[in-house]
Design a protein around this ligand. Sequence first.
Ligand SMILES: [Fe+2]
Length: 291
Amino acid sequence: MDDSVTAAWLTKAVVDSAGAARDGRTRALFTKLIEHLHAFVREVELTPQEWMSAIEFLTATGKKCDDFRQEFILLSDTTGISMLVDALASGRASGSTESTVLGPFFTLDAHDVAAGGTIAKEGSGYPLFVSGHVRDTLGRPIANAPIDVWETDGTGTYDVQYADRLGPDCRGRLRTDAQGAFRFRGVLPVSYSIPSDGPVGAMLSALGRHSMRPAHVHFKIEPDGYVPLTTAIYVKGDPYLEADAVFSVKPSLVSDYRRHEGAGEAAERGCSVPFYTLERDFVLAPVSVPA
Ligand SMILES: [Fe+2]
C-alpha cells in the first residue's frame, strides 16, 4: 500500500466512523470538516513539528479565554470566519439593517438604562448622544425591543480590558418606546487595537498584520418575532474603515457622528460641550411574514 492509498483509506475510515451519528447535520459537518482538513494536511505536506505548533497555538488560545476574554472569537474574527458566517446568514433577513461581527467584548452583565440615560461613567470620553428608531421591513415601529449597546471608552479600551474593572461601563441595555424610539448617552468611540498580548496577536505579528479596528458602537437588537440583529455603526472618516483587522465594515453601517458646540443643545441632551450626536435607525425582518 503506497502513501497516497494509505491517506485516502485514512480519510474514508474517519468519515465512515461517523456513520452511526444520530443527527444528519452533525454527520455532514464532521464529514466535510475531515475531508477538508485531511486535504489541507496533504496539500501543504504538514510536518509533525508544524502540527504540534498548531496544537500549542490552539491550546494557548483556549487558556487565554475567561469570562471576560474571548480569544477564540478574536481568532474567528481575524481569520474572516465570523464575517463569512455572517454573510451566509444575512441573506435570511432580507430588507433588514446589515449585520456584522459580535466581537469578543459583549458581556451579559450590562445594566438597564432608561431612555436618555447614560451607559458611560463621567469622564470616559467626549459625550455622545445616540437616538433612532427600530422598525420592521414595512416601516412599522417595533415597541419594547431590547437593545444591547457597548463601546470603547475615549481611550479605545473596553471595560473588560481593565484589570480593576468594578462593573459594566460603556455598555447598557435599553428598550424602545411605543413608537420604536430609543435614545441614550455614551461617549464618542475611537479606533482601537484588538488585544494583541495573546496568541492571536502573535499570529497577526507573524503575518505582518496590524491589529487596529475603526471606531464604532455595537448594537444587538433581539425583539421576539424578528430575526435577531447584531451590528455596529462605524464613524465616518475613520482611517481604519478600509483596513479593519476583522474585515467587518459594510458601507451601509458607516454614519456621521456630528460634533456640536452649543451649550443649549448640550443641556437639552444632558451632555457637556463639545459633544457628538449619532442619529441612526434600524430595520429588522420578521421571522415569518404574516399572511
Ligand atoms: Fe468593538
